[in-house]
Design a protein around this ligand. Structure first.
Ligand SMILES: [Zn+2]
Length: 80
């Protein structure tokens, strides 16, 4: 994703600032990810990830109203 790309807030039209969200669990923190295609399986039983394309999520935040907008970074593609 082009980091110079400017995104405008859909609520107040302020220029949004790039950032990212992290999630955390017992083993630490990690970048949010997006997988192409529907989830196969269940969260508790284990979703099948092998063979899927994995991307990082970029989140823009509005410094005026606080709105957050997630975008997939298609340049971060990795195959599991
Ligand atoms: Zn806003």
């Amino acid at each position: 994703m082009d980091n110079k790309e400017q995104k405008k807030c859909i609520h107040c039209q302020t220029t949004m600032e790039i950032g990212f969200k992290i999630d955390h669990g017992k083993s630490g923190f990690w970048h949010l990810l997006w997988f192409r295609g529907p989830a196969v399986g269940r969260l508790q039983g284990g979703i099948k990830l092998k063979g899927l394309e994995k991307y990082e999520v970029v989140t823009y935040g509005c410094p005026s109203c606080g709105y957050l907008a997630d975008f997939v970074d298609f340049d971060s593609k990795r195959q599991l």
